[in-house]
Design a protein around this ligand. Structure first.
Ligand SMILES: Nc1ncnc2c1ncn2[C@@H]1O[C@H](COP(=O)(O)OP(=O)(O)O)[C@@H](O)[C@H]1O
Ligand code: SF4
Ligand SMILES: [Mg+2]
Length: 340
């Protein structure tokens, strides 16, 4: 049964639970790309992870997949996937989790497909690896999977190569490959950014159909709030490596609490009176350098006016409840109406 929009997942109904995750890069600054992140995805729900470029969304996704680059490492926290702790899991066991429990879609589907292998072989790989199908069984299953994701003439397409596909068709092939191992969770990192608007809408409809039909859970990474509003059940807003607000999509859009969420919403609206796009003044780099207080304070436009600047400077707010299933990491009093 599909989750009601105003529910948050209970422990037993959770596909992914990330707690206190820290990921450090081995660069001169020892950048903490992800810095104390808490995130939950319930069974059968679509959770959107949003935030500016560089906030740590892709590093979060790669941590869950066990696909961090060699110069990055998890220094703290826990990632529980289908009840299994994956931090510290051996590469062999993590490989088994990928495809069978969790799969990922990327922004550039054509770049992710192997140009030397047929579409059939790429979609069939998880079927051999995780489901033990014979070649003949896999061939039949691949045709069914391609048909299922809306690819016309699936047998002919299956014999073709990635360069023969359009961007939209390539992303459909990636979805077929991702779903072939019947994972409970799909992580989609900006899966439609490289596609034109019509194809984007088709791919999002396909994901929503899979969520409803198969009870698939989706962690959807996007910077596009229009996409969030159209498809997500819940939203987690990420800033400088941490979640600063999360809640149902309805609540986040109707009553955004954190000044960063409010600024993101303003930035996503074209100001018709000026014809210009609002951008959030300052950069997250200023925030990452702070070692105390609220990390958003160099860019916050409300702290002074509310007379709470001293608290904001002295100590960092926790991610605390500001409504049912709604949390914000901010000292400002709860606002009932949107100010964005
Ligand atoms: N290869 C790298 N070396 C050093 N730092 C990196 C590297 N990749 C990412 N980072 C750091 O991690 C942060 C988050 O990156 P990323 O997760 O890709 O952001 P997003 O997906 O939200 O745009 C970046 O701001 C950067 O500081
Ligand atoms: S805690 Fe203070 S500085 Fe931080 S976002 Fe809230 S009001 Fe702004
Ligand atoms: Mg990214």
């Amino acid at each position: 049964m599909r989750r009601q929009r105003d529910e948050t997942p209970e422990r037993g109904d959770t596909v992914l639970r990330v707690e206190g995750l820290r990921v450090e890069f081995n660069d001169a600054a020892h950048t903490h790309a992800v810095d104390g992140l808490d995130l939950t995805v319930g069974r059968g729900e679509i959770v959107a992870l949003v935030g500016e470029s560089g906030s740590g969304k892709s590093v979060t996704a790669r941590s869950v997949m066990g696909l961090l680059p060699s110069e990055a490492r998890i220094t703290a926290g826990s990632i529980v996937l289908e009840g299994q702790e994956v931090v510290g899991l051996s590469p062999r066991r993590m490989n088994r989790m990928r495809g069978s429990q969790v799969a990922m879609l990327f922004q550039q589907p054509k770049a992710m497909l192997d140009p030397t292998a047929t579409v059939r072989d790429q979609v069939a790989e998880p079927l051999w690896l995780h489901r033990g199908l014979t070649r003949r069984q896999a061939r039949t299953r691949v045709a069914a999977l391609l048909k299922d994701v809306g690819i016309p003439e699936p047998e002919r397409r299956a014999a073709g190569y990635a360069h023969q596909l359009s961007g939209g068709m390539a992303q459909r092939v990636m979805i077929a490959a991702a779903l072939s191992g019947e994972p409970g969770l799909l992580i989609a990192d900006e899966p439609t950014t490289a596609l034109d608007v019509t194809v984007q809408a088709q791919i999002l409809r396909l994901l929503r159909h899979k969520q409803r039909e198969a009870g698939l859970s989706v962690l959807l990474i996007t910077h596009d709030l229009g996409i969030v509003a159209s498809i997500a059940d819940r939203v987690a807003v990420m800033y400088a490596g941490r979640i600063v607000e999360d809640g149902t999509t309805t609540d986040i859009f109707a009553r955004p609490q954190h000044p960063y969420t409010q600024a993101l919403m303003r930035a996503s609206l074209l100001h018709s009176d000026h014809g210009s796009l609002y951008s959030i003044p300052g950069s997250a780099a200023q925030s990452r350098a702070l070692d105390h207080g609220c990390r958003f304070r160099p860019r916050c436009s409300v702290a002074e006016g509310l007379g709470i600047a001293k608290s904001c400077e002295d100590s960092e707010p926790t991610l605390h409840a500001c409504g049912a299933g709604h949390r914000s990491r901010c000292w400002a009093p709860v606002r009932e109406e949107a100010s964005a």
